[in-house]
Structures are given as C-alpha cells and as structure tokens.
Design a protein around this ligand. Sequence first.
Ligand SMILES: [Zn+2]
Ligand SMILES: [Zn+2]
Length: 186
Amino acid sequence: MLIRVDEIPEAGRTLRFHWDQEKLEQFVPPDDPFGIKLSRPINVVLDVNRRTDHIRVEGRIEGALDVTCHRCLSVFSYPIDERVDVYLVEEDPDAREDEKELEADELLHEFFDGEVIDIDQLVAEQIFLSLPVKVLCSEECKGICPRCGVNLNEEACRCKSDAKGSPFTKLASIKAGLPGFKTDER
Ligand SMILES: [Zn+2]
Ligand SMILES: [Zn+2]
C-alpha cells in the first residue's frame, strides 16, 4: 500500500487493514531464520498525519505468528502486539539537523522521499523488529537432546537413564550386593 503525502487530508487519515499469509510472504526474507507463518491475520490500524516537517504514523499492529523455537525447534504461536509511532522525515541534506534533534528525543524515525509513503514496508519492519533475535517457546525451554534429538520439554530421553547407569552407580549397586555391605538405598 502506497500513500501519496499530498493526498493526506489536513485532519489526517486512518488506515485499517489486515495482512494474510500471502501478504506476509512478500516481506519474509529468503533466509528467514524463524520459519514465519501467520497463526491468525495481522490487524493493522494506523493514523497518518501530516506535520510541517514530518509525517507521523501512529497506531497498532496486532496478530500472531507461527514461529520455530530456537532451542527445541517446535513451532508455536507468537503474539504480536506492537504500538507504532514512527516519524517519517523527508530525506534531504538540510534535514540532517532535524534528524539529530529527533534522535535526541528518542523517536523512531525514518526517511522517505517526501512524496510517497510505503505503508506495507513500514508494517513489515514493525513486525520483524518485534521479534527477538532468538525466539523461544518459553524462557524455561529445555531444548532438544544433542545426542538423541528428543524434545526434552515433552519427554525425558534415554541418554539420561544411560547417565544413571554410569560406572559409579553400577559400582554402588555391586557394593550393595556384597555381603556385609549396607547402604541407605536398600
Ligand atoms: Zn522451545
Ligand atoms: Zn537424549
């Protein structure tokens, strides 16, 4: 969706639309590490307002993505609920001072050609920025066993019971079986 700046009314313009899977796919990078799919459509509401030296885009992006857990590789639904507040500044050598001022105010700002705003690009950036570098299904995710590949959140793997059969425990059970030797375990 492209919006021409000179077509934004004085009172501003409110955009309401949603993204489906097909739309999202246009923006997913080819080397997408998340395996992103939509769990439900992404709803977007944006107010676009013209100001003297910038365009302000404010609103909300809400939905859910199916992503792959970095640790256990299971696919889970990751909720997106992003407040958007972006200042679009016309890219111009004279605007550099404004850029510094805006940065000082810690506002999220971007440059554009001053004529056309690429709303889809803006929405895509907000969605991808909302994802952490490594998405985890939970902070306590136990991941997969590096030896047998079992998802340790779902089941205990055999590697662990092998560990129980370590030389030391075997030694203990042999000792326990010897006459005159008693352990608390028996
Ligand atoms: Zn996980
Ligand atoms: Zn294992």
